[in-house]
Design a binder for this molecule. Structure first.
Ligand code: PLP
Length: 287
């Protein structure tokens, strides 16, 4: 396995970063997770837009232009002979000293890892996942803006720990006002009486690229969709609940906090959206 690390292609064993890297010391950096489907980098432009916008927002100078980034992504995929899998792009503030000051970090580090993806078994897309809501609150915009896909994932990791403890597949995070925001690494949607709802991102959700793709698919299929705040009550009484994300694609929740959702399996709108999503993943991308 070849990993791109600051201008070089190194093996997994040799892919090491400095203990003074502020990505390691402080979570100072950003990342992207992207799918490769059949040789296509899915929604490549959207992922690079989010990466470069996140960088700009935190004044992180990515030492590669977008064109150069695309070239090294394509080369990393080629060297790993990967037709279908996952690309992780990481840009950290780079090595500095022990102080916080990013001015002490002269050059950002860029890492590209390409790997096979193993997430949910195919039957989970039909049965759905058990989920819970967790007490951990999502950072809301007056903390770290959720548009920034930063390396600070401790909040999400604490959510994952709660879902592990409960033995469920995903968890639902609320913000401090009690509005539903997202999952630990996925966006959330609910369906009620034929209308699809998802929370506005300003409540405290990452603007997921899969989320936006599903919003577009809803428009194409003529499914009414509203970006609107909702609470756990609305989730409990929904006909369908599903999550979206690069790794998960579109996956239903069959149970939330012990309440069965719909028929207790993936509902018809969720399955239709998954089907349409899987039709576009092979074509809508960069080759
Ligand atoms: N929310 C969080 C916190 C995430 O980490 C992710 C995954 O990247 C998502 C949502 C889904 O976003 P996307 O569809 O861009 O993968």
């Amino acid at each position: 396995q070849w990993i791109y690390l600051d201008g070089e292609y190194v093996t997994k064993e040799n892919a090491k970063v400095s203990v003074y890297d502020h990505g390691f010391l402080y979570g100072d950096g950003i990342f992207e997770g992207i799918r490769i489907y059949n040789g296509n980098i899915f929604k490549c432009k959207e992922h690079l837009d989010r990466l470069y916008d996140s960088a700009r927002s935190i004044q992180l100078n990515i030492p590669l232009s977008r064109e150069e980034m695309l070239e090294v992504m394509a080369e990393t995929i080629r060297r790993n002979d990967m037709r279908s899998g996952y690309i992780r792009l990481v840009v950290s503030r780079g090595p500095g000293n022990l102080g916080l000051d990013p001015l002490r970090c002269p050059k950002a580090s860029v890492i590209i890892i390409v790997e096979e993806l193993s997430i949910y078994p195919e039957e989970a897309y039909l049965t759905g996942l058990k989920t819970i809501s967790v007490s951990q609150r999502r950072n809301i915009p007056d903390a770290l803006n959720p548009k920034i896909k930063s390396l600070n994932y401790l909040n999400n990791i604490l959510v994952k720990m709660q879902s592990n403890y409960a033995g469920v597949g995903e968890a639902i995070m609320l913000n401090s006002q009690g509005y539903v925001t997202e999952g630990s690494a996925d966006n959330i949607f609910i369906v009620k009486n034929g209308t699809v709802f998802t929370p506005p991102c300003y409540l405290g959700a990452l603007e997921g690229i899969t989320r936006n793709a599903i919003i577009d698919i809803c428009a194409e299929l003529g499914f009414p969709l509203k970006e609107q705040p909702f609470t756990m009550h609305d989730v409990y009484v929904a006909d369908e609940v599903f999550f979206t994300g690069t790794a998960a694609e579109v996956i239903a929740a069959n149970e939330v906090d012990g309440r069965t959702i719909g028929s207790g399996a993936a509902g018809p709108i969720t399955l239709k959206l998954l089907e349409e999503f899987r039709k576009i993943v092979h074509v809508d991308g960069y080759k």
